[in-house]
Design a protein around this ligand. Structure first.
Ligand code: OGA
Ligand code: ZN
Length: 367
């Protein structure tokens, strides 16, 4: 049973089942009125500036009817708030699933048939899985060039870079990036030299007929947490040492600094950066560098390990989408004399996948 009362400061006290109690500020509640006098019913934006509300605003009447909280304020405003919405806001419960760290022990890879994604429920499931694992594989999609852009734009706008709206991953003479050779690429994150770094990468396979050219993915989040647990010193060095990442060709010179593992102010995992082709640790006295190199060797070996890295083959008509701030990707060397290999890639923002998932979930919740 829930009950409400007013305290001496005109704050609303909500008591939930004799277990928890919350004190809610008058203006905080007033700002949450969603009736059409206060919020544009079409775009859901607030129609007034909250700082212009009366600073001595009071609650003059309130009642709780099941889940509905009716409130009247001293400025004449009144409306109904849903208790469950207030509680999920207070508890910061998010409908977006948390990251689930993974190792190389999938019974089934998260592979989604493209044709089935026209069903909103399947699309929602795919996007949920993407949030949890940081990657999904899409099968049964067109083999045509341009498919990567069509797929990306079904989710949101494409991030154009100096590589263009999309990039062609083919072996070519004098390329401006080693990805455009037949060399193997150990697990890396793309473009750590950009500001901001592209959030999500999509790689679509048009042809993969050569010997070699298998794909790998590895979870930077799982490995960061593994290091945090098993090697505090390496974890600290990798989260504290600045590394410069650089890209250059005839048109541009891009640079950005960052940590190989980035944490937020509370120590929570934020992102991984790793690209052995492009990284230059900043100057430190040799003793410190010795420790950094040892920690870097350690994380490199984890990224390449059988325990963490998954290996599979992208066939023509498949694509993979992965969180470029979390998941490292790579490929084995291939022999271009044995067959043609052509991938197309592009980048989109986290806003697209997360925003679409939020929308689908809120539609589902309001059905
Ligand atoms: C890239 C890349 C992987 C592949 O283009 O950034 O990592 O399979 N390509 O060719
Ligand atoms: Zn890459």
């Amino acid at each position: 049973m829930s009950s409400v009362s007013l305290d001496n400061n005109n704050c609303l006290l909500i008591q939930i089942d004799n277990v928890s109690k919350f004190s809610l500020h008058t203006q905080w509640l007033r700002e949450r009125l969603s009736e059409s006098d206060y919020i544009d019913s079409n775009n859901k934006q607030r129609l007034y500036e909250p700082s212009l509300l009366n600073e001595n605003l009071k609650i003059i009447k309130y009642s709780l009817d099941g889940n509905s909280l009716h409130i009247s304020f001293s400025d004449g405003a009144n409306g109904t708030l849903l208790l469950q919405n207030l509680l999920s806001e207070i508890n910061k419960t998010d409908i977006i699933p948390l990251k689930t760290p993974w190792k190389n022990n999938f019974t089934n890879l998260p592979i989604y048939d493209h044709e089935k994604l026209s069903n909103q429920k399947n699309l929602m499931q795919m996007l949920e899985n993407f949030q949890q694992l940081g990657f999904v594989i899409i099968s049964n999609i067109s083999k045509e060039e341009g498919t990567v852009i069509n797929f990306a734009e079904s989710l949101g706008p494409v991030r154009t870079t100096n590589f263009g709206k999309h990039f062609d991953v083919v072996s070519k003479p004098n390329p401006n990036d080693l990805a455009y050779t037949s060399l193997g690429l150990t697990a890396h994150t793309d473009n750590p030299y950009r500001k901001p770094i592209p959030g999500i990468q999509i790689l679509h396979c048009i042809a993969n007929e050569a010997e070699g050219g298998d794909s790998c993915l590895v979870d930077g989040f799982a490995i960061a947490e593994h290091l945090r647990e098993t090697d505090k010193e390496a974890f600290e060095i990798l989260t504290q040492t600045d590394v410069l990442f650089k890209f250059t060709d005839k048109d541009i010179l891009l640079e950005n600094y960052g940590k190989l593992i980035e944490l937020d102010d509370f120590g929570n995992y934020m992102q991984s950066r790793f690209s052995g082709r492009l990284d230059f640790v900043t100057y430190l006295e040799p003793k410190k560098l010795e420790k950094f190199y040892s920690a870097r060797r350690k994380i490199f070996n984890l990224y390449a390990s059988k325990e963490f890295e998954i290996n599979f083959r992208l066939e023509s008509g498949m694509l993979m989408m992965f969180d470029n701030l979390r998941i490292l990707h790579g490929r084995t060397e291939y022999d271009p004399n044995t067959g043609f290999r052509h991938l197309q890639g592009c980048y989109i923002d986290h806003d697209s996948t997360e925003g679409k998932l939020r929308l689908l979930k809120s539609i589902e919740a309001n059905k």
